[in-house]
Design a protein around this ligand. Structure first.
Ligand code: HGY
Ligand code: MN
Ligand code: MN
Length: 424
């Protein structure tokens, strides 16, 4: 038996899959158009609170001691033989977007719990404690800033700022923590772990296109979220000549087209631009829109190119504002994170674990944001990607990874965590 056989862990894939499917029923809905079953579990809604309580119950069943911090981040801790040693942390998020599948975030949390169950079943003790984290509002779609819980845990954002963020109904995150009972007492600033490994679905087509199951993630691309409010003038759709209009709806459309022109120009590197939120007011057939509210999500692996793209957008907005009487614009920064590289040493441990499991892997950059990019500020960090089907579609009920792919990803996670937890 070689050394790699000794600490090569294979988890119970059926039990992992059952927990994924059970959690997916919390906040589930039937998508009439596609007939698919989706998940809508926005952060700190009743559905999210129910999901959190279910995860805590699974953590406690697995013998973990659970604490909740003042951001509602949940940590389950498995003691090591050396309680003074810094823990190895894993985890992710269980809050979802409104049209989610069963895997985004949940695979990392439930995978971490499955690793603990398997270590216990095998009677394996590690020198270092192992902790499983569940971070609050990773998606950012309710309170407007993504990776929020992990950003506060790592000190990039303040607790007061986070507690004061509001959703579209004006409810603050602080109030929602209290309402759901997740206004925990544990200190929110995370003591730097020894290392952090997160297992997550890829949410893109790269692993499938390369016909491999495992991604060793090298880092996360930059993210820029802005909210733009365009003020025009409500006017009669029939009687108002075009030359007298200050049409906020038209201006919003011009911004969307301009963003695509920036992307297609190829002058801003591998820029991606999305207007995911757009509403006009008063939103009535026969009234020229008086106001348009929209969000702009930019992604770029190159920070300098991201800055240039943001600059180009700002210049366009200025020109648009001066393009005719009665139009004015306000821009509010929602989120901004730079490209984050992951730790080479942890990537090597993941790659070796994949090799020892006979799983082909490639290295790749993450297109999506993750809690790992925040925890990387505290300790050596990297991620394991699991291949998705249907071009890796995500933030869509069609999101799907096979039971085998999920089990293989968590096998690699288990082996990597075990090896890290026994490092001196
Ligand atoms: O926006 C993201 O990339 C992640 O899904 N929060
Ligand atoms: Mn995610
Ligand atoms: Mn997501």
């Amino acid at each position: 038996m070689t050394n790699s056989d000794l600490d090569k862990i294979t988890v119970n894939g059926d039990r992992l899959w059952r927990s994924l499917m059970d959690l997916a029923e919390i906040g589930a809905y039937d998508d009439e158009r596609t007939g698919l079953r989706g998940v809508n579990r926005l952060a700190l809604t009743d559905a999210d609170a129910t999901g959190r309580r279910q995860v805590i119950a699974w953590m406690e069943d697995a013998g973990l001691s659970v604490r909740v911090d003042r951001m509602g981040n949940v940590y389950g801790r498995r003691e090591g033989t050396d309680p003074s040693a810094r823990p190895v942390l894993t985890g992710s998020h269980i809050d979802s977007v409104a049209t989610a599948g069963a895997f985004d975030g949940c695979l990392g949390v439930l995978g971490g719990i499955e690793v603990v169950r398997t270590l216990d079943e095998r009677g394996i003790r590690t020198r270092r404690p192992i902790e499983v984290g569940v971070f609050t509002e990773e998606e950012g779609v309710r309170f407007g800033t993504d990776m929020l819980g992990s950003a506060v845990a790592a000190g990039r954002l303040s607790l007061a700022y986070a507690h004061g963020l509001t959703d579209r109904d004006g409810r603050t995150l602080g109030d929602e923590l209290a309402r759901t009972g997740f206004d925990g007492h544990a200190d929110v600033r995370l003591t730097p772990p020894y290392a952090y490994v997160e297992c997550h679905i890829e949410q893109g087509p790269v692993l499938a296109e390369n016909d491999v199951e495992i991604g060793v993630v090298t880092g996360v691309q930059g993210i820029s979220w802005q909210e733009i409010t365009i003020h025009g003038r409500a006017a009669h759709a029939g009687t108002t000549p075009t030359r007298l209009r200050a049409d906020a709806g038209l201006a919003a459309a011009q911004i969307i087209v301009h963003l695509r022109e920036l992307v297609d120009s190829g002058e801003y590197g591998d820029l991606r631009a999305t207007v995911g939120h757009l509403i006009v007011h008063p939103d009535l057939t026969n009234i020229v829109p008086a106001r348009a509210e929209m969000t702009v999500d930019l992604r770029n692996p190159d920070d300098a190119q991201m800055a240039r793209a943001e600059e180009a957008l700002a210049t366009f907005l200025e020109r648009l504002e001066n393009s005719g009487p009665g139009l004015s614009l306000t821009v509010r920064r929602m989120a901004r994170t730079a490209y984050v590289p992951f730790d080479e040493g942890v990537q090597k441990v993941i790659a070796q674990a994949a090799d020892d499991h006979g799983l082909e892997h490639i290295s790749l950059l993450s297109g999506a944001g993750h809690d790992a990019q925040e925890i990387a500020a505290l300790c050596p960090t990297a991620m394991i990607f699991v291949r998705g089907e249907y071009d890796g579609i995500s933030h869509n009920p069609r999101e799907y990874s096979t039971p085998e792919a999920c089990a293989h990803g968590v096998d690699v996670l288990a082996t990597a965590l075990l090896r890290l937890a026994n490092q001196d």
